[in-house]
Design a protein around this ligand. Structure first.
Ligand code: HEC
Ligand code: HEC
Ligand code: HEC
Ligand code: HEC
Length: 273
């Protein structure tokens, strides 16, 4: 767990997050409070990036940055963003079986690039694609002005480049099925075993999502509309845009709410790598 958590400079992020508040507890696409960094509309407050052209009616909209306006409530979300042009590769490490073991790799179908909805995240978080570059809103396909320019891209610690995807953040876009779990358990042994969320005893098991292909994606851990648990202790938060609100836990704290998500799949017995 340490590996995942230690990447940010606390000082820099404390500055970035100053004055920001985050909501918690309500499931679904809500952008209730000021300071939600995924609300890029002009009226938001306390965020680093938002629309700035008051003459553009699209600047007042929230969903438009990710979904096409007429389909924002469709059952299958229709993305309103062009694909990222970057190549990222995939996370690998000496101990990552889904990468190095041929059987685990083919069962998990661990491909070379992040796929599915993770690509939507990367179309803003790549630090290359303009934040306001949307595909359509009616006949208007021009970018929405963000921070004074149509070309503004994300900068700072939240940018995901190749190094971050291949070395630091959690692996994504692999299938997590009964077969994969069985292979991992054969390879790893009881000290570091795996379960499918639905078979685990974790209180977070009902909150963790695999996609239609049973792949782990960014949305396995992150709920991109509204964090379900507000971490008021750590800067940066341990539970940013978190899928799980802590319900069912005896002790609800940033650490327990964070760890309960990991424990839905990992059974870390020995000290973490
Ligand atoms: C920062 C990007 C982003 C913004 C902004 C955004 N969404 Fe989403 N939305 C997503 C992603 C990603 C998913 C898919 C979640 C998944 O994979 O299950 C999604 C899924 C949905 C779904 C399908 C059900 C669900 O929650 O998974 C609905 C409905 C939805 N969004 C509505 C909205 C509405 C309404 C707004 C504006 C108030 C909005 N979204 C703003 C990224 C966004
Ligand atoms: C429309 C652009 C856009 C998309 C698409 C997008 N993000 Fe973000 N995200 C942002 C911005 C802007 C920030 C704030 C960056 C900053 O302040 O430096 C942010 C911040 C975050 C944070 C940190 C929040 C916090 O409270 O500390 C997380 C986690 C995150 N995004 C995850 C995701 C995930 C997961 C997806 C895909 C499901 C996604 N983002 C898609 C624009 C986007
Ligand atoms: C296994 C769970 C998990 C998955 C999958 C995951 N994250 Fe995270 N993410 C976390 C945790 C935990 C944190 C907070 C601690 C930290 O910063 O490492 C975090 C922090 C973040 C942040 C804020 C800090 C930073 O490093 O930028 C962003 C942005 C983010 N995630 C985006 C993403 C994107 C994009 C993806 C998919 C490519 C993704 N996450 C996949 C667990 C996950
Ligand atoms: C949906 C299931 C799932 C969830 C939830 C999950 N993981 Fe994972 N994680 C995996 C799988 C599967 C692997 C790949 C294991 C392998 O191939 O050796 C993995 C890999 C990792 C690795 C890389 C290990 C290596 O050998 O390089 C770390 C570190 C990790 N997870 C930590 C976490 C943390 C911390 C959390 C909670 C924030 C978390 N995981 C949540 C399933 C999950």
């Amino acid at each position: 767990m340490v590996r995942i958590v230690l990447f940010l400079s606390a000082v820099l992020v404390a500055v970035l997050y100053a004055g920001q508040s985050r909501g918690a507890g309500t499931k679904g696409p809500m952008f209730r409070d000021g300071g939600n960094p995924h609300n890029l509309s002009i009226t938001n407050t306390g965020v680093n990036f938002k629309a700035t052209n008051a003459a553009d009616p699209r600047a007042n909209q929230v969903c438009i940055f990710c979904h096409t306006p007429h389909n924002a409530r469709a059952q299958t979300p229709l993305w309103n963003r062009a694909d990222t042009t970057q190549t990222f590769g995939h996370y690998s490490s000496a101990s990552l079986s889904i990468h190095k073991d041929a059987t685990a790799r083919s069962a998990s179908d661990y491909l070379s690039e992040p796929n599915g909805s993770s690509r939507l995240c990367l179309s803003c978080h790549d630090g290359v694609t303009a934040l306001g570059a949307i595909l359509r809103s009616g006949f208007d396909t021009s970018a929405i002005e963000v921070n004074g320019s149509d070309l503004t891209v994300m900068s700072g610690t939240h940018v995901f480049d190749r190094t971050k995807v291949t070395n630091s953040h959690h692996p994504v876009s692999f299938k997590y099925t009964t077969d994969v779990v069985a292979r991992l358990n054969t390879l790893e042994g009881p000290g570091n075993s795996y379960t499918l969320p639905m078979d685990s005893t974790s209180n977070a098991r009902g909150f963790i999502k695999l996609d239609r292909d049973q792949r782990v994606q960014c949305t396995t851990c992150h709920e991109p509309h509204q964090s379900q648990y507000k971490d008021t202790i750590n800067n940066p938060p341990l539970t940013p845009f978190w899928v799980y609100d802590g319900s069912g836990l005896g002790t609800v704290s940033p650490n327990t709410v964070h760890d309960e998500v990991c424990l839905a799949c990992h059974n870390f017995v020995s000290p973490n790598p």
